[in-house]
Design a protein. Structure first.
Length: 433
């Protein structure tokens, strides 16, 4: 263990302690951690500064400003009324319907953050209609959207297998098998359906009726105090929102960056009078953005100092010479689940793909199943606000603390881990006959 790795681990523990046991703003804590990481040399200043311009950070103000404008339209209330009637006045049935719709949206729009921003105004309207707190729905919906990414070979999912084969090729993989176009989908889809069933029938029951901490961001109190739009502005707000959603779905084909789309639509909301300057400013989640930046910088520190690799290699070294497929997949996935709470989930998976391939080369076994398990495990990223871009938004808009996040997340995490490993071990064994 190098001095930098030790320093990185200490700062990481300080961050956990401050997030869990102090009353400071999450954004303030995140910026304090960023400064510590830079001053101690765990991450270079240029990399830290670049995270302030990360696409997910830049697109967030636009998303929330558009959501604020759209939430004032009569269409939101009309959709809320329809959902109320269709569900027969049952809050649980209404949210279950929401989950099925979000699951379907996942086939076209995989990014959880984008999907949540699209339906956020509707979620608040439904909660207001049923007189329920957003704390009852935000975590189950967000966790579902991390579980329902099926990798169906449509759009960007059509080249998922090519990317995995690229890792095999660059690592000099010699076992001989390669990924097919349907392999990522086969590995994920049954697990996605199981997790959908869990959140529909049990997820809402595990969520707190009242928020453990104050809800921030676009909340119901702000919605009730919002000014009424003119009929023309109401129509414009709907058109702008639909335009943003359509452009986000087709961004891969048009070549437009997501932050360009959300920012442009937010500007349109202002120039058309849907949002005033104050309303636009109030919609920007400053603390949330700071927390997201802090999460990204910590993720980079884990890579630059070698902390992530150090932890992974230590645990992977416990496997032995000829491990059982289930044991090998379980050990690697457990490492991924732990690390992805503090590193970007995509970066965590990418970091461990080469380790997994090299391990399989030493053991003379297939790396396909292990890589698919790692990719799936990296999406169990819902225990800490640093886990993935969607979780800071969920914590602030749902009013959760770390204790409530853990209480809601532990059962689905164990369910997905066990079913995922059993399924992947059966379909993609490390030692195929």
């Amino acid at each position: 263990m190098t001095p930098l790795i030790l320093t990185n681990i200490i700062i990481w523990l300080v961050m956990l302690g401050m997030l869990g046991f102090t009353k400071y703003s999450f954004g303030g804590i995140a910026m304090f951690i960023v400064i510590l990481l830079v001053l101690t040399g765990c991450v270079d200043p240029k990399t830290a500064l670049a995270k302030f311009a990360d696409q997910n950070v830049v697109m967030m103000p636009g998303l929330m400003m558009v959501a604020a404008g759209f939430s004032k339209t009569k269409l939101i209330k009309n959709i809320g009324n329809v959902l109320y009637k269709v569900s027969g006045g049952s809050f649980e049935k209404c949210i279950a319907l929401f989950m099925v719709i979000l699951f379907g949206m996942g086939f076209l729009l995989g990014a959880a953050l984008t999907r949540l921003a699209v339906v956020y105004p509707l979620i608040l309207e439904v909660c207001e209609k049923f007189d329920k707190s957003p704390s009852k729905v935000m975590f189950p919906l967000a966790a579902l959207m991390l579980c329902d990414q099926t990798s169906i070979p449509l759009g960007s999912g059509a080249v998922a297998y090519v990317r995995l084969n690229g890792f095999l090729e660059s690592a000099g993989y010699t076992f001989g098998d390669t990924f097919g176009v349907w392999d990522p989908f086969i590995a994920r889809f049954p697990i996605c359906v199981i997790m959908l069933a869990y959140f529909v029938f049990f997820g809402i029951k595990m969520a707190p009726d009242t928020p453990p901490v104050e809800i921030k961001g676009l909340n119901m109190k702000q919605r009730k105090a919002a000014r009424e739009l003119t009929p023309f502005q109401d129509k414009l707000a709907i058109v702008i929102f639909v335009l943003m959603t359509a452009l986000l779905i087709t961004a891969d084909k048009t070549g437009l960056a997501q932050w360009e789309i959300t920012t442009a639509c937010a500007v349109l909301m202002y120039f058309t009078g849907v949002n005033t300057v104050k309303e636009s400013h109030d919609a920007i989640p400053i603390s949330l953005m700071m927390l997201l930046i802090g999460a990204y910088v910590m993720s980079e520190a884990f890579v630059q100092t070698g902390t992530g690799m150090f932890i992974g290699q230590k645990i992977a070294g416990l496997l032995g010479d000829h491990p059982n497929t289930f044991v090998m997949y379980f050990m690697f996935c457990l490492i991924i689940i732990i690390l992805t709470q503090f590193m970007n989930n995509g970066a965590t998976a990418n970091l461990f793909f080469p380790i997994a391939i090299m391990t399989c080369e030493v053991l003379h076994c297939s790396a396909k199943g292990l890589m698919l398990a790692i990719q799936n495990a990296s999406l169990i990223a819902w225990f800490f606000p640093t886990a993935t871009p969607i979780m800071p938004l969920v914590m602030e808009s749902g009013g959760y603390d770390l204790k409530s996040m853990f209480k809601q997340g532990i059962i689905p995490a164990l369910l997905k881990l066990i079913t995922m490993i059993l399924w992947t071990s059966y379909m993609f064994p490390a030692f195929p006959k």
